[in-house]
Design a protein around this ligand. Sequence first.
Ligand code: SAM
Length: 245
Amino acid sequence: TSYGFRQVTDGEKQGLVNDVFHKVAKRYDIMNDVMSAGMHRVWKDAMVAALNPRKDAGYKTLDVAGGTGDIAFRIVEASDRKAHVTVLDINGSMLAVGAERAAKRKLSENLDFVEANAESLPFEANSFDAYTIAFGIRNVPHIDVALKEAYRVLKRGGRLLVLEFSEVEMPLLERFYDEWSFKAIPRFGKMITGEAEPYQYLVESIRKFPNQENFAAMIRNAGFSRVTYTNYTGGIAALHSGWKL
Ligand code: SAM
């Protein structure tokens, strides 16, 4: 099926993505619940359970495209508030909402917030025990560059976890999902923020993202070992895992 979207260049792509998240930052958390029918919470819990962070103050995670902090907060809680998470995002509006939420939850001591690009991380090599990115990597124009950066900043023995929308592997679910994403999501987007086009772009970006096997191959190409993935909800989302060995 062709949905009639025009092609966007890499520069335009980052611009569109930035537009969307500046506009929605304050309403982002509600939008997530509406658009995923609450499922994103279950998938994020599963991601952090898979990470199983060490319960010690020396355990450091970099949560890239961390937005309003959903993954970071879960990691800190799962470590009994011991571990440290650096939340990195290209968008200051998303981070500002994250920092405010962190303060309300009294989690600020375990967190810091860094405005930067996933393609060029402002950290030394071998700095982190874990690198997480949830629903972020498909927005990055050069995924291969971001993955190489992930590899660089991880310590030996460090873990990469990527949660992202993926290829639905059940035909019936796929039909429902198409209706949902191409019709309902832009409509909700318009209701909540007044504009549909940015959401059409986001939905389209999900379809362009490589499927489970192809994305696993990209992770291996960046140098990671023991690359595996787990489908969630019939492949609507998938969690990819790799190790820097
Ligand atoms: N991880 C959060 C979550 O799961 O709720 C936020 C995900 S949100 C869908 C995607 C985030 O990716 C946005 O906050 C956006 O600003 C960020 N982003 C987009 N391009 C980026 C880039 N090149 N580098 C870092 N972050 C980026």
